[in-house]
Design a protein around this ligand. Structure first.
Ligand SMILES: *Cc1c(COP(=O)(O)O)cnc(C)c1O
Length: 468
């Protein structure tokens, strides 16, 4: 499989190249040159496969010659064998029409593990042949940092430096990062904000003091391999609910648009998807884009769903590219304009194409708490606030008769409720226990370096510590 950039001016890469690269060199995002297709018969034949076997079937066409069949299947078994549920992403029924797809059975209790556990193994595999290790540098305000650290911990040929703003991530999130004892994991608390940390990281990617002697990599959500791994659970859920002989709709708590774009990919590959519901909180740039064609940066709001507090959704560029008929030149011009003015008007073709598959819905904090209460009182399910934003959107559409009652609606449960205990307590009056598998986070020793927010101090620390 060959991969091309949405902006058309970056080198064409194979799967290995695209896995080890983040952003394309022209500022665009990589996509496969064409979508692999599965017929209804082929999809029917996937019923009853284990999750690792299904992951292998779905991903093999994307991986192409970069791995042998045995290697890919082996990595899937290793990545998903470590999840604490035999089904990996179990489905839970809420009522006649609504279901939850639990994506939080990995080591850090958020859906990001599903993709990152595999990505860590892919890195190790592809880096075997290289002499220099890959140095991953990232900044986190919470979830991504811990999932990335757990993906890379103990892997050969790769190490990770993760910056977080001192005192501004929750205690559980900090401990999920700082109690990892592997020697290739380096946590840095900086005395500054998340924006300081992120702008330092951006600067380091272009700083010759580091780039002259290190191979620097990223694990952010624009990485194609992460998206690809997320396509699998759309198939897994739909197959259990009767696909390909019955359509299924999905409601997805959305931030950077990675997770819901994977649903779009599943549909392009032949999975009968009735609708994809983009659920947002008050940071609603996507809801405005999908409903009104207005993709413009708004004010940023802090909410009880911090993993969806975004200003810009990086992966939305991939959908804009698909919806303009893959016109890279037109898209590059649109994105250049967006870079300058922070606003972008979707053209009529993009609006129509997107409306065929996507709906968008925004939840207020009250909507979010109400959905958590409904799930608890009516279905006995304790859900996290991000999942609740998705469930609110799902129920809003079904109650408005916008989805046929015969079509199951699956809400993606993106985090374990124990990760956001305060919001859960506010909604239902009790806290969810941390599952045993995370161990006693509060008894383990923490390991991190505290540095000033000064750029040179952080860079020089990394330069001195990094393995060459
Ligand atoms: C990252 C995250 C999201 C948003 O996912 P995107 O792929 O960025 O849209 C939603 N919920 C939780 C709990 C997350 O960690």
């Amino acid at each position: 499989m060959r991969y091309i950039s949405t902006r058309g001016r970056a080198p064409v890469l194979d799967f290995e190249g695209v896995t080890l690269t983040g952003l394309a060199s022209d500022g665009g995002l990589y996509l496969p040159e064409s979508w692999p297709q599965f017929s209804a018969d082929e999809i029917r034949a996937m019923r009853g496969l284990s999750y690792p076997e299904l992951a292998y079937e779905i991903m093999a066409p994307f991986v192409g010659d970069s791995l042998t069949d045995q290697e890919l299947l082996g990595l899937c078994q290793q990545a998903y064998g470590a999840f604490d549920h035999a089904a990996v992403t179990p489905l839970v029924q809420l009522d006649q029409q609504h279901w939850l797809l639990e994506l939080f059975h990995g080591p850090t209790l958020a859906f990001k593990d599903v993709a990152l556990q595999l990505l860590g193994l892919l890195f190790e595999k592809f880096l075997e042949k290289r002499e220099r290790p890959l140095t991953i540098i990232g900044a986190t305000s919470g979830d991504t940092g811990s999932a990335a650290i757990h993906a890379v911990a103990g892997r050969e040929g790769v190490e990770i430096f993760m910056l977080h703003p001192e005192g501004r991530v929750s205690e559980i999130q900090r401990r999920q990062m700082t109690t990892v004892s592997a020697s290739n994991v380096h946590n840095i608390a900086i005395a500054g904000s998340f924006d300081d940390a992120q702008s330092h990281v951006k600067r380091m990617f272009a700083d010759p003091v580091l780039t002259d002697t290190l191979d620097i990599g990223a694990v952010n959500s624009i990485n194609w391999a992460r998206l690809m791994a997320q396509v699998v659970y759309y198939f897994a859920a739909a197959l259990q609910l009767g696909a390909p002989d019955r359509k299924v709709a999905f409601s997805v708590p959305t931030g950077n648009f990675g997770d819901v774009f994977a649903g779009y990919v599943a549909a392009q590959m032949g999975l009968p998807v009735e609708r994809l519901i983009v659920a947002t909180n008050k940071n609603d740039i996507l809801a405005r884009a999908i409903r009104d064609g207005d993709y413009s940066v708004g004010e940023s709001h802090a909410t009880i769903t911090p993993s969806m507090d975004i200003q810009v959704s990086s992966n939305f560029e991939r959908l804009l590219f698909e919806a303009n008929g893959r016109d890279a030149e037109g898209l590059a011009a649109q994105m250049d304009g967006f870079g300058q003015s922070k606003t972008l008007a979707l053209d009529p073709m993009q609006r129509e194409g997107i409306a065929e598959m996507f709906s968008a819905h925004r939840a207020t904090p009250e909507d979010t708490l109400t959905a958590m209460r409904w799930a608890y009182e009516n279905c006995g399910e304790v859900i996290d606030p991000h999942t609740a934003v998705g469930l609110h959107a799902a129920c809003s559409l079904t109650m408005a008769d916008e989805i046929d009652p015969a079509i199951p609606v699956v809400t993606l449960a993106t985090a374990h409720p124990a990760k956001f205990p305060d919001a859960v307590e506010q909604a239902i009056g009790t806290r969810a226990d941390l599952p045993d598998r995370v161990g006693d986070l509060f008894a383990l020793e923490e390991r991190f370096e505290t540095l000033s927010a000064d750029y040179e101090a952080v860079r020089d620390y990394i330069s001195a510590k990094a393995t060459r």
